[in-house]
Design a protein. Structure first.
Length: 155
């Protein structure tokens, strides 16, 4: 009887351990949250600039340059594509910079999503945080670099 209790206890322990969650798995219930089409709505710099010379400086270069566009498409099959206008930022003097649109560049690759963080598995992209209907890629570069890019979900 003593051995039977031991075997039953050991069996129960093995059953409990084998039913534990896999901490390394992607949260499959959250994955559909990022699937869809996302439009670039912000390209933020650290110091307000006025490249369109309208008299109003902004940290969001999308507000300043109508040519600055981008589209990010996240597919259910684990692939993504993006087409983003490249930006050149050249120091002029002090806190003044010449900022202008360059050519549009296309990217693609695979993606993963866990704990509200989207990872585009390609060099040059930082982890992107999901918050509601926006995706934010923080780069935290000072001018002549970019602080962050923000994408908004398209209907």
């Amino acid at each position: 009887m003593k051995y039977l209790k031991y075997i039953l206890g050991l069996s129960l322990l093995i059953a409990l351990v084998s039913c534990s969650s896999d901490d390394g798995a992607t949260d499959s219930t959250a994955t559909p949250l990022v699937v869809g089409t996302w439009s670039l709505t912000e390209v933020n710099v650290s110091i307000p600039q006025d490249p369109n010379d309208d008299g109003t400086a902004s940290t969001n270069m999308v507000d300043e340059l109508p040519c600055l566009t981008g589209l990010l498409i996240i597919s259910e099959n684990g692939n993504w594509t993006a087409s983003i206008t490249d930006v050149s930022i050249t120091p002029i003097t002090g806190d003044l910079y010449a900022i202008q649109c360059e050519q549009s560049i296309s990217y693609s690759g695979n993606w993963s999503f866990q704990n509200n963080v989207l990872s585009l598995n390609r060099v040059g992209f930082s982890p992107i945080t999901l918050s509601g209907d926006t995706l934010r890629e923080s780069r935290n570069e000072d001018l002549p670099g970019i602080q962050s890019l923000v994408y908004t979900r398209q209907p």
